[in-house]
Write a protein that binds this ligand. Structure first.
Ligand code: BMP
Length: 268
C-alpha cells in the first residue's frame, strides 16, 4: 500500500508534475508539514512564510482573506517557494459549475492559477467542476485535490459522499486530481500502482478544538494511525506566543513529530 512507500519512491512514479515536486521536496527536506498562513495582511503572511520556510514542504493560503492584496504578494510567495523549496496550495474550495470555477480559477483579482501550484474543490457539483478547473490548470502543470472529508464537527462529507469523491478522482485521472483533503486513507482498495496524496487539516499538539467546530488530532494520529501524507497546521504554529523565533521553533516541532510518525509508519 501507499502508506509503506517512501515519499521519494512515490515521487519517481507520479504522473503529475506538481505532485512530483511536492513528494521530492518532502523527501529532500524531511518534512510532511504544510503551514496554513491564515493571517489577513500581506506583510504578516510573508513574515510567517519566511520564518517557517525551512520546516515546510508546502504553504497553504486563503488569498481572499488578505485586506491589502496586490499581485506583488503572490509574486513574492512564488519567488519564496522557488528559493526555499516548497509548494503553494491555495485552499480555495471551489464549489460551482465547471464554467464558473474555470473563471474563478483563472481570473478576478487573484488569478489563482498563475501562482498556486495546487488548489482544491468540493466534489458537490459533480465531475464538471474537475473538468472546468482542468481546462485552466492542466496546461500549467497544476494539481487538484478533492475534499473527500472535513475536520469540522457535523460536516456532511461522510459515507457515500466520501466514496463518490474518491470515484470521481479515479475517473478524472491522477495526472490532474492528485489526492484528497481527508482525515484518513479514503483511497483504500485502489489499484496497486495508484497513488493519491492525503492532506489533512485539523492538526494540533495542544488544543483539542476551537469554539467553531474545528477538531484537532496530533501529527502521530494523523500520519501513523490514519496513514495521511501531509499534516496541515495553522493556528498551532502562526498563533504561538513569543514572536517570530517561536513560530519557527513551533513549526520545527510539528515537522519533527510528523516526520517521526512517517518513518515509523514505513516499518509498520
Ligand atoms: P487551524 O490549524 O488554524 O485550525 O487551520 C486549519 C486550516 O485548514 C484552515 O485554513 C481551514 O480553512 C483548513 N481546513 C480545515 O480546517 N478543515 C477542513 O476540513 C478543510 C480545510 O481546508
Amino acid at each position: 500500500p501507499t502508506t509503506l512507500k517512501t515519499y521519494g519512491a512515490r515521487a519517481a512514479a507520479h504522473p503529475n508534475a506538481t505532485a512530483r515536486r511536492l513528494l521530492e521536496t518532502m523527501e529532500r527536506k524531511k518534512t510532511n508539514l504544510c503551514v496554513s498562513v491564515d493571517v489577513t495582511k500581506s506583510a504578516d503572511v510573508l513574515e510567517v512564510v519566511r520564518r517557517v520556510a525551512p520546516a515546510v514542504c508546502m504553504v497553504k493560503t486563503h488569498i481572499d482573506i488578505i485586506e491589502d492584496f496586490t499581485p506583488a504578494l503572490t509574486a513574492e510567495l512564488a519567488r519564496l517557494a522557488d528559493e526555499n523549496d516548497f509548494v503553494i496550495f491555495e485552499d480555495r474550495k471551489f464549489a460551482d459549475i465547471g464554467n464558473t470555477v474555470s473563471l474563478q480559477y483563472s481570473s478576478g483579482v487573484h488569478r489563482i492559477a498563475e501562482w498556486s501550484h495546487m488548489t482544491n474543490a468540493h466534489p458537490l457539483p459533480g465531475p464538471g467542476i474537475i473538468t472546468g478547473l482542468g481546462v485552466v490548470g492542466k496546461p500549467l502543470g497544476r494539481a487538484l485535490l478533492l475534499l473527500a472529508e472535513m475536520s469540522s464537527a457535523g460536516n456532511l462529507a461522510t459515507g457515500e459522499y466520501t466514496r463518490t469523491a474518491v470515484r470521481m478522482a479515479r475517473e478524472a485521472g491522477r495526472d490532474w486530481v492528485v489526492g484528497f483533503i481527508a482525515m484518513g486513507r479514503v483511497d483504500e482498495g485502489g489499484d496497486a500502482d495508484e497513488d493519491f496524496l492525503v492532506l489533512t487539516p485539523g492538526v494540533g499538539l495542544v488544543a483539542k478544538g476551537d469554539k467553531l467546530g474545528q477538531q484537532y488530532r496530533t501529527p502521530r494520529e494523523v500520519v501513523y494511525d490514519s496513514g495521511c501524507d501531509v499534516i496541515i497546521v495553522g493556528r498551532g504554529i502562526y498563533g504561538v506566543q513569543g514572536g517570530a523565533e517561536a513560530v519557527l521553533a513551533e513549526a520545527e516541532k510539528y515537522r519533527a513529530e510528523g516526520w517521526k510518525a512517517y518513518e515509523e509508519r514505513l516499518s509498520k
